[in-house]
Design a protein around this ligand. Structure first.
Ligand SMILES: [Zn+2]
Ligand SMILES: [Zn+2]
Length: 345
């Protein structure tokens, strides 16, 4: 099969790899239809690592994908050949303390697609996955929408973890694909007022068009001042979706006492800092969001029902052969890109 391999920093090339085969009765063989380029893929592409997760070249990246079931293992009863599925890229062990208490996203023995040291990713034609990671779409959503269900599930999970009350007022700092998925999930949950910020004008516009109550660009204005002018008591929750020290600081400033700072973005630096004086006086909660937990089905159902609109996130499409062009585009934040898709034709 054809696969796109990361062979060095900022270097991706097409190679021929052996087709994967079913080795367990509970697995399925998938033919990949489309893969979304995620910010985390681009981290590996540009630096070869995220924190302690270091790439050994060559390596297949990618974890957001839609696929068709090609073959099913003898014990698989939930899937049929030819079915389109959304793939949850997390393979959890099912038996550790975390899995047993419903925290599969922090499984101690997890294997996540395209996560170095775990399993290779999905930027290749065929993939073997446990059947339980595959969610049939029953044709209710398109292939492109199916790819977006992975980041949308993260948005849904992040909002769920914030435990917002009806009419809550929130901020979302960073209007990339994940920030915009948080926006979609928050709207679907009936959040009162949503403030959003981004440094890229196209993303600011996207957030505004998608229905954020107010959108600002920290390069042009003091967004903390602007938001606090409108919300003098501060925000109930802030979703930090940019992974920057600057946005973490803004989050602390924007929150009301007792507010929740949701850390969704992945900082590039190994360390970030907080001023205990500000955090403590307001008794803020700092909540880390580790991908998502059991929100994939909800993402599919919400898209199918029209409860959320995420279609606009896809701004660019590439063929498999042009994977490196897609990565360069996303890495450079070029052409107003939000989500670039690799389509296998
Ligand atoms: Zn991702
Ligand atoms: Zn586990």
């Amino acid at each position: 099969m054809k696969a796109q391999l990361l062979t060095g920093i900022r270097h991706i090339e097409m190679r021929e790899l052996a087709d994967p085969v079913l080795s367990r009765s509970d697995e399925v063989l998938l033919r990949i239809e489309a893969v979304g380029v995620c910010g985390s893929d681009v981290h590996y592409y540009e630096t070869g690592r995220i924190g302690s997760q270091v790439v050994e070249f060559p390596y297949v990246l990618g974890h957001e994908c839609a696929a068709i079931v090609e073959k099913v293992g003898s014990a698989v009863e939930t899937l049929n050949v030819g079915q389109p599925v959304v793939v949850d890229p997390l393979i959890a062990c099912g038996s550790c303390d975390q899995c047993r208490t419903g925290r599969i996203n922090t499984c101690r023995n997890q294997k996540f697609l395209g996560c170095p040291g775990q399993v290779p990713g999905c930027l290749c034609e065929y993939l073997v996955m446990p059947a339980e990671c595959c969610y049939p779409t029953e044709g209710a959503i398109t292939t492109e929408q199916a790819v977006l269900c992975e980041p949308l599930a993260i948005g849904i999970y992040a909002v769920q973890q914030a435990r917002l009350q009806a009419g809550a007022r929130i901020g979302i700092l960073g209007a990339g694909p994940i920030g915009l998925c948080v926006l979609a999930a928050a709207q679907a949950e009936g959040v009162g007022t949503i403030y959003m910020t981004d440094k890229i004008p196209e993303r600011e516009d996207a957030a505004r068009r998608a229905g954020a109550a107010w959108c600002g660009n920290p390069l042009d204005q003091n967004i903390v001042q602007e938001i606090l002018q409108r919300e003098p008591l501060g925000l109930d929750a802030v979703f930090e979706c940019a992974g920057q020290q600057e946005t973490l600081d803004q989050g602390v400033d924007l929150l009301r006492p007792g507010g929740r700072l949701m850390m969704v973005g992945i900082p590039r630096e190994d360390r970030v800092c907080f001023m205990p004086d500000r955090m403590r006086r307001k008794e803020l909660s700092l909540i880390n969001v580790r991908r998502q937990n059991e929100c994939t089905r909800k993402a599919i159902d919400w898209v199918a029902a029209g409860k959320v609109n995420v279609d606009y996130l896809i701004t660019h499409r590439f063929g498999l052969a042009d994977t490196s062009k897609a990565f360069e585009l996303v890495a450079g934040y070029k052409e107003g890109v939000i989500k670039a898709l690799i389509e296998f034709l």
